[in-house]
Design a protein around this ligand. Structure first.
Ligand code: DER
Length: 248
C-alpha cells in the first residue's frame, strides 16, 4: 500500500543516516535497539543486508519484543540483551502517532514496555513512521487512546482510579485480542493492556501530558504507558507514499 512505501522510505533513510554514516561503514562495537511493529521490519531487513554484506561489523541488536527478536534472528543479526547490552548507541522504532513537539504514542502493538526500556538506555532514539502518523496534537490520528500496560490483578482498580482523574466521557478499556487468542491481549511480559481515551486530550499541553504520565506511573500495578515524551526522542522520519522522507 502507499503507507508501506512511506514506511520503507522512512525506515531505510533512518538506517542509512544513523546506522552507517554517523557510525561510518565498518561499524565497530555498536549496539542497536530494534523496535517493534511493521515499519521497523524494513529497517531491520536493511541492517541485515548491510551486515551480511560486511558493511556493518561488530554490532549487537537488542530486541524490544518477541516480534523484534524474530526479526533479528531472521536477518541473522547478532542478538544482544538488555542484561548486558544496555549502552545502546541508537534505537530505531515505530510509533502510532507523533505530535508537533515529537511526543509519541506507542504501544499499538502492545510492545511499548520493553520499547521504552530500550529507548531510555539509548543515546539516540530514531522514530520511523509513514506520514499518516503525523499529528498536530495527540489523539488526532491515533484514536485508540494511550496504551497502559498493567499487572493483571490491578486492571480494575487502575481503570477506576484513572477515570476519576480525567474528564467525564473518557474511557479506559481492557484491550481484547482480535486474533487467535481468546480473551484480553497479553504482552510479551505477561501484562494486560488498558487503552485510555481521554475526551479532551487534544487540549492537553506538554506539561499536562507529562503530569498525566507521572500520575499514571504512580499507580501501583501500572508498569508502563505508551506516552513517549519528546525528551526521549532524537529524530523522527516520516515517509510519504512517493518516497519522500521528512526528518524532524
Ligand atoms: O507498538 C508499537 O509501539 C509499535 O512501534 C507501533 O507503535 C508502530 O507500529 P507500526 O510501525 O506497525 O505502525
Amino acid at each position: 500500500t502507499s503507507q508501506d512505501a512511506g514506511k520503507k522510505a522512512a525506515a531505510e533513510k533512518a538506517v542509512l543516516d544513523n546506522i552507517t554514516s554517523d557510525m561510518g561503514l565498518y561499524t565497530q562495537n555498536k549496539t542497536i535497539g530494534i523496535g517493534s511493529g511493521s515499519t521497523i521490519v524494513y529497517a531491520c531487513e536493511l541492517i541485515g543486508k548491510l551486515w551480511n554484506e560486511k558493511k556493518l561489523t561488530k554490532i549487537k541488536c537488542v530486541a524490544t519484543s518477541f516480534q523484534s527478536e524474530e526479526l533479528v534472528l531472521k536477518s541473522r543479526l547478532p542478538l544482544g540483551n538488555l542484561k548486558e547490552d544496555y549502552n545502546i548507541d541508537v534505537a530505531i522504532d515505530g510509533a502510532d502517532e507523533v505530535d508537533e513537539s515529537l511526543n509519541c504514542i506507542k504501544g499499538g502493538g502492545a510492545c511499548h514496555v520493553k520499547e521504552k526500556m530500550v529507548a531510555y538506555n539509548a543515546k539516540k532514539v530514531v522514530i520511523v513512521a509513514d506520514s499518516s502518523k503525523q499529528a498536530k496534537h495527540l489523539g488526532q490520528v491515533w484514536k485508540k487512546g494511550i496504551p497502559i500496560a498493567v499487572l493483571a490483578e490491578s486492571r480494575n482498580y487502575v481503570r477506576h482510579r484513572i477515570l476519576a482523574h480525567v474528564q467525564q466521557g473518557s474511557t479506559c478499556e481492557l484491550r481484547m485480542s482480535t486474533s487467535n487468542k481468546a480473551g484480553p491481549v497479553v504482552t510479551d511480559e505477561g501484562l494486560l493492556m488498558l487503552d485510555l481515551q481521554i475526551a479532551n486530550i487534544r487540549d492537553y499541553t506538554n506539561a499536562q501530558l507529562h503530569q498525566l504520565d507521572t500520575l499514571l506511573h504512580g499507580i501501583p500495578g501500572v508498569v508502563g504507558t505508551g506516552f513517549f515524551s519528546h525528551s526521549l526522542i532524537h529524530s523522527v522520519y516520516f515517509g510519504f507514499p512517493d518516497g519522500r522522507v521528512l526528518v524532524l
